[in-house]
Design a protein around this ligand. Structure first.
Ligand code: PMP
Length: 429
């Protein structure tokens, strides 16, 4: 495919921006080649600087549940723009946003808006520590919670893709307070708790993981986690930055039927603008400044443009609950088609899907945790990625990520994607 313009931009970018990108996985480093520089997005399509048209399955890494630039979000933004971009003082749209979030996600009794998923998870941990008076936290191998120091220990997503799950720059002291458990393995959690009796403030997880590829928590595992945390007075935090408003209006917690003590959000909650949020039980959230002693603030937090975009997205979700059935049937169509293509190719590559999140792992053994995910043949994935790309299908450029289907993907586009997968598998195997 033509990419002269992208190559030229990438060369200029690399001179001044580390790796030429403002977030690592965008650089195509693990799959090789030049990242495409995007000029426009509309519905399920992205357009690049060389005039290529792509069916997009990244959706800005999750936010675009309705595809790119849906008219109702664009209108809300243009209207908000008329009144100014930022005030640093409270606005009604923040109140409406809080009311809507608490309505859609019943475990959230109070909520604070921030500017990214990373900010949401960092703040939630601080509040949990302040609330419990304890310092250690438990996270799971392969889960990604943003780039806060204490999360960059065996983390997923780009950290995993680039082979630096534990980043230099994180102090030994910080790392020592993060205890690592194995996903879907309750015994590994029990062992850590018994070895650190009375010292654990919080346990954080992606209840449906996207960042080692798609992996769903088993029902028993998640229920036992809930019970353990209640017994041991550990704050259970669901990181729903990716799953919130994506897998259901009430997030993964609605699907799994378990209520966490705190939840973090990002992506869809901002309607494509930089937004995150954390919330949970009233008694915990009342620890946050200025009601309580735990400090957390933000110059642009609750920004009116971001809130209007996010409110438009969440209102649409509230008023159109049928979109989740629509997403399910589109995604099931894609799943079935790709599974058939894999079978026809004589392979048993594993496809994990929950709603509109899915990952085709290039391994023939079931994937249910970090160790099983990393059995995937990442080199083969890279070939598949490029083969799909040249057929106009833009997948996440790394094996350990989820692809996202949006309401804007038509059945014809999904069928074209399946055809591309059939051809690509033939080509690379
Ligand atoms: N938590 C999860 C589950 C995520 O998927 C991400 C981002 N992919 C984050 C936290 C961090 O969010 P952000 O990139 O907005 O800081």
């Amino acid at each position: 495919m033509k990419n002269e313009k992208s190559q030229e931009l990438f060369e200029r970018a690399q001179k001044l921006i580390p790796g030429g990108v403002n977030s690592p996985v965008r650089a195509f480093k693990s799959v090789g080649g030049t990242p495409l520089f995007i000029t426009r997005g509309e519905g399920s399509r992205m357009y690049d600087a060389d005039g290529n048209v792509l069916i997009d399955y990244i959706g800005s890494w999750g936010p675009h549940l309705f595809g790119h630039n849906p008219p109702f979000i664009k209108e809300a933004l243009l209207k908000a723009l008329e009144d100014g971009t930022s005030f640093g003082a409270p606005t009604e749209i923040e109140v409406k946003m809080a009311e809507l979030i608490c309505d859609l996600v019943p475990s959230v009794e109070m909520v604070r808006m921030v500017n990214s998923g990373t900010e949401a998870t960092m703040s939630a941990i601080r509040v949990a520590r302040g609330f419990t008076g304890k310092e250690k936290i438990i996270k799971f191998e392969g889960c990604y919670h943003g780039h806060g120091d204490f999360f960059l220990i065996k983390a997923g997503s780009g950290a995993l893709t680039f082979g630096v799950p534990t980043s230099p720059g994180v102090t030994k002291g910080t790392a020592a307070d993060t205890l690592l458990a194995e996903f879907n393995n309750i015994e590994s959690v029990k062992k850590i708790i018994s070895q650190n009796k009375g010292e654990i403030a919080a346990l954080i997880l992606e209840p449906i993981v996207g960042n080692m590829g798609t992996v769903r928590a088993d029902d028993d595992f998640i229920k036992e986690l809930r019970d353990l945390c209640s017994e041991e007075k550990i704050v259970l935090i669901f990181d729903e930055v990716m799953t919130g408003f994506r897998v259901a209006a009430g997030g993964a917690q609605e699907i799994l039927g378990v209520k966490p003590d705190m939840t973090t959000f990002g992506k869809i909650i901002g309607g494509g603008l930089p937004v995150g949020a954390y919330g949970g039980k009233r008694e915990i959230m009342e620890m946050v400044s200025p009601v309580g002693p735990v400090y957390q603030a933000g110059t642009l937090s609750g920004n009116p443009l971001a809130m209007n975009a996010g409110y438009a997205a969440l209102s649409y979700i509230k008023n159109n609950p049928e979109i989740y059935n629509e997403l399910e049937s589109k995604s099931a169509r894609l799943e079935d088609g790709i599974k058939n293509a894999v079978k026809e190719a004589g392979k048993n590559f594993q496809l994990n899907r929950v709603g509109s999140m899915m990952t085709l792992f290039f391994t023939e053994e079931p994937v249910f945790d970090f160790k099983t995910a990393i059995k995937s043949d990442t080199e083969l994935f890279g070939k598949f990625f490029h083969s799909m790309l040249k057929r106009g299908v833009y997948l996440p450029p790394a094996q350990f990520e989820a692809l996202f289907v949006s309401t804007a993907h038509s059945d014809d586009e999904i069928d074209a994607t399946i055809k591309a997968a059939e051809e690509s598998l033939k080509e690379i195997l």
